[in-house]
Design a protein around this ligand. Structure first.
Ligand code: 5AD
Ligand code: SF4
Length: 447
């Protein structure tokens, strides 16, 4: 297909990565990316379903696109991703100007669907099973120096608040050989950082066996092997589940120099009662115990987390236990969410939904506490010299945004090449970023 495309991505890293695959497919078909709605022939909204505001955003965006479609019937509007899988026919009922609805398992069929829509009108493919791993598709990577690598999309858990298992299906692990081949290929093209993606990386491998043996490949082993790939200097992964976490992962992290000193470890709630009703099978003490062991083995580690406020039935006491846990855990950063009932999930039908003003008030208190802790954790780094990887300039081109191994953003006044490593001394800290000064590399010896 000739022409231009524009992709808007909502939601998580898995979705960002799917967008790279969508771009890869369109590009391989001869199209090129543009930034403006007005100059795009194909517009893809790659959607997220995790919270209600994600739904509202999609229908808002579609509303804005209607005049463009009326003015230019050649324009193709595509809705992909988790909301496409969730809402299916509802999308074209509410927005009949959408040409293609393509679910999470149907991405490889995108081009075919686009072509059919030109000939036969609106198309939808929301099949329930994946035949091809998205990783088998071409990709246009967002950055030249870092890449996401999907290892086990899907989730076999059934956290009662979560829509992911419904829209992404059961976990499907890729083989170790396949993953390593992708990482080696990326390294050969200059990628220095990879992030391994799975809804629950600890259970990676449960559903496959190692080539040539009947052994289940383990996440810890995968980490070590990815860490050994020549040229890969930083390995990240997201996310482990506290329930399935195992000490061999801590050992692999501690013993593999490329694995970054950062872990995203979703707590969700500090109340055992709420955790039970969330069907998260660890308890607060066990979670904090893991943190202690991780920090003992990797003292420099930074920990981030996810927390939900206002889960159905959350009492004042439950919430105060979340505050206590957050205080005890001293997270470097936290993604905090107000509970949002998702259709089809167990918790959506629980009694005792917490009233919005109560949720808001609790949420504000939690954010305030965490901002204080994040700022303190940042302040403790002032004066230290750390390795940073440059990600790019800020929007106005005045400074450079870089990232520490511990996943903190560091702003630098210098203009530096994306993908380059430097040493920076931290001179100031805020809750969400640090400010640094370059430490000049030692002069090369002239003797
Ligand atoms: N409401 C609020 N937050 C949610 N999350 C997942 N489902 C919901 C929901 N229904 C949060 C969890 C998860 C993160 C990706 O999103 O904290 O870890
Ligand atoms: Fe959702 Fe729980 Fe699976 Fe994470 S582990 S994707 S929160 S069901």
């Amino acid at each position: 297909m000739d022409g231009t495309y524009l992709i808007r991505t909502f939601g998580c890293q898995m979705n960002e990565h799917d967008s790279e695959r969508i771009a890869g497919l369109l590009m391989a078909d001869g199209m090129r990316a543009v930034d403006e709605v007005e100059s795009a022939r194909v517009i893809v909204l790659n959607t997220c379903a995790i919270r209600e505001n994600a739904d509202n955003k999609l229908y808002g965006n579609l509303g804005h696109l209607k005049p463009a479609k009326l003015a230019n019937p050649e324009l193709r509007i595509v809705v992909s991703g988790c909301l496409a899988q969730k809402d299916q026919g509802e999308i074209q009922r509410r927005a009949p100007w959408v040409d293609v609805v393509v679910g999470t398992h149907a991405l490889p069929h995108l081009l075919e669907l686009l072509r059919r829509s030109e000939r036969d009108g609106p198309q939808m493919d929301v099949r329930e099973h994946t035949e091809t791993f998205p990783s088998a598709l071409p990709a246009v990577r967002l950055d030249a120096f870092r890449a996401w690598v999907s290892i086990s999309p899907g989730c076999d858990n059934a956290c009662t608040f979560c829509i992911v298992p419904l829209v992404r299906g059961p976990q499907r692990s890729r083989s170790v050989g396949d993953i390593l081949a992708e990482v080696r290929g990326l390294a050969a093209r200059g990628v220095v950082e990879v992030t391994l993606l799975g809804q629950n990386v600890n259970t990676y491998g449960r559903d496959v066996s190692d080539a040539g043996s009947s052994r289940t490949p383990l996440f810890a082993e995968l980490l070590r092997q990815v860490g050994r790939v020549d040229g890969i200097r930083r390995v990240r992964f997201t996310s482990p589940h506290p329930h399935d976490f195992t000490p061999d992962v801590i050992d692999a992290m501690a013993e593999t120099p490329a694995v970054c000193e950062h872990i995203h470890f979703p707590l969700q709630s500090g109340s055992d009662d709420v955790l039970r009703r969330m069907r998260r099978s660890y308890r607060r003490e066990r979670y904090l115990g893991w943190l202690e062991r991780i920090r003992e083995a990797i003292p420099a580690i930074a920990v981030s987390t996810d927390i939900i406020v206002g889960f159905p039935g959350e009492s004042d006491l439950d919430f105060s236990q979340t505050l206590e846990a957050v205080d005890a855990a001293r997270f470097d950063s936290a993604y905090m969410f107000q509970y949002s009932p998702r259709p089809g999930t167990r918790a959506a039908s629980f009694d005792e939904q917490v009233p919005k003003p109560v949720v808001q008030e609790r949420f504000d208190r939690l954010v305030e506490l965490q901002e204080r802790i994040s700022t303190e954790a940042g302040a403790a780094l002032v004066g230290e010299t750390v390795e940073v990887l440059v990600e790019g300039g800020d929007r106005k081109g005045r400074s450079t945004r870089s990232r520490t191994r511990t996943n903190r953003i560091v702003h630098l006044a210098d203009r530096l090449d994306p993908g380059s490593f430097h040493e920076a001394r931290i001179v100031a800290a805020a809750a969400h970023h640090l400010t640094g000064e370059l430490v000049p590399a030692p002069a090369a010896s002239t003797s």
